[in-house]
Design a protein around this ligand. Structure first.
Ligand code: PGA
Length: 243
């Protein structure tokens, strides 16, 4: 695991942005794995800036998102489909057909989970996967538990995650209780992984992750230690416990 410590959120976002921009320029047909949440917004702003100022071309880029809530429609302002459109897709020249978000309203969700994994593989797999990390160590919605899913699956959100995500909703009661999420095995299939963490609330989990001696299903992000090409980019605040 390569660790890069940046001064603040802005420089963390710029660093991650540069890695992605350089890789998209080198491989315009790249398959990107994308994440939602507050953390990657600055990175998406960098991609938008590069598209506007340097004509970074997304016309042949394909994207797959990690997860989506179950129980709210894709037009709901808190759905991840809506988030991706507002924060990235509508600002760049990516054909919407090239973008994929798990379909939380699929009729047969179990069947759909298999389909989503197959779809990723039919596009040759993910070249670079962007990840955030939950305060409880989750990546995508793979919550700490005795067993972690290998492929895309339906997951129940923990109280910790519902509480953390309630800041985007009116109240905790409005946060969906379940989601569809890529599994740990799917994430580890990406050829390169970039994990971003910013701010003091992430310091305890970043400390735990970087100090862990092995993998634990109670720290889902620890499975990234098994991957040969992971770059963790954090800001000073998130790295606080490592000083
Ligand atoms: P955040 O979420 O970027 O909003 O902190 C990260 C996550 O829960 O994976």
């Amino acid at each position: 695991m390569k660790i890069i410590v940046e001064k603040d959120y802005e420089s963390m976002s710029k660093k991650a942005g540069k890695i992605l921009i350089d890789t998209i320029k080198a491989n315009p047909k790249i398959v990107l794995g994308l994440a939602t949440g507050s953390t990657p917004i600055g990175l998406y702003k960098e991609l938008i800036r590069s598209h506007r100022e340097d004509d970074l071309d997304f016309s042949n880029v394909t994207t797959f998102n990690l997860d989506e809530y179950i129980g709210i429609s894709k037009d709901h302002p808190n759905s991840y489909g809506y988030f991706m459109y507002e924060e990235l897709f509508k600002h760049i020249n990516i054909p919407m057909n090239n973008t994929h978000i798990p379909h939380g309203e699929a009729e047969d969700l179990e069947e759909y989970c298999k389909y989503y994994d197959d779809l990723i593989q039919s596009h040759g797999g993910i070249d670079i996967q962007v990840l955030g990390i939950g305060e409880n160590g989750h990546i995508a919605f793979n919550e700490p538990s005795e067993y972690l899913s290998i492929g895309t699956s339906i997951v129940e959100l923990t109280d910790n995650t519902i509480k953390a995500n309630s800041r985007f909703f009116g109240s905790e009661g409005e946060v969906p209780k379940s989601a569809i999420s890529m599994g740990i095995g799917g994430i580890l299939k990406a050829r390169k992984i970039i994990l971003l963490a910013s701010g003091e609330t992430k310091a305890p989990i970043i400390g735990k992750l970087l100090r862990t001696k092995g993998i634990s299903t109670m720290i889902p992000a620890s499975f990234l230690l098994l991957h040969p090409n992971v770059t963790v980019i954090v800001d000073e605040a998130a790295y606080k416990e490592m000083r």
